[in-house]
Design a protein around this ligand. Structure first.
Ligand SMILES: Cc1nnc(-c2cnn(C)c2N)n1CCCn1ccnc1
Length: 118
């Protein structure tokens, strides 16, 4: 993903763009399953099956703590967002409410990321 990122001179804009993109994800009508970490005590099997849980609130915290001069923040952001959707696909049937929400959100993200960051 580094090669797709704009040259490092745009780091400042890229961080602002990640924040805009994350806000769009959080306010999407299908975002509800992904807003907060999955409750590992309440969801049988989740802790065993999903090695790296991720959710939008955790991504927001990471983004708030990331240093602009650390060029990795853009790749970390893309990897974390995709982790949310990959975890969802692994744990949920495609033909389920949460499974469909995950596919819709991934399609939305791929479109917006391409428009804003490439
Ligand atoms: C994200 C995500 N992926 N799977 C789940 C989940 C939670 N319980 N069960 C049976 C699942 N398949 N989640 C979290 C969904 C969080 N949620 C559920 C209702 N409101 C939010």
């Amino acid at each position: 993903c580094a090669k797709k990122a704009k040259p490092h001179k745009d780091d400042k804009k890229d961080l602002a763009t990640c924040r805009v993109l994350l806000a769009e994800l959080e306010t999407h009508q299908d975002a509800w399953p992904f807003l907060k970490p999955v409750d590992l005590k309440a969801v049988p099997g989740y802790r065993k099956v999903i090695k790296k849980p991720m959710d939008f609130s955790t991504i927001r915290e990471k983004l708030n703590n990331s240093q602009q001069n650390n060029e990795l923040f853009l790749c970390t952001f893309i990897i974390d967002v995709n982790l949310v959707f990959d975890n969802c696909e692994r744990f949920n049937e495609d033909d389920s409410e949460i499974g469909r929400a995950g596919h819709n959100m991934r399609r939305f993200f791929d479109k917006r990321w391409t428009e804003l960051l490439q």
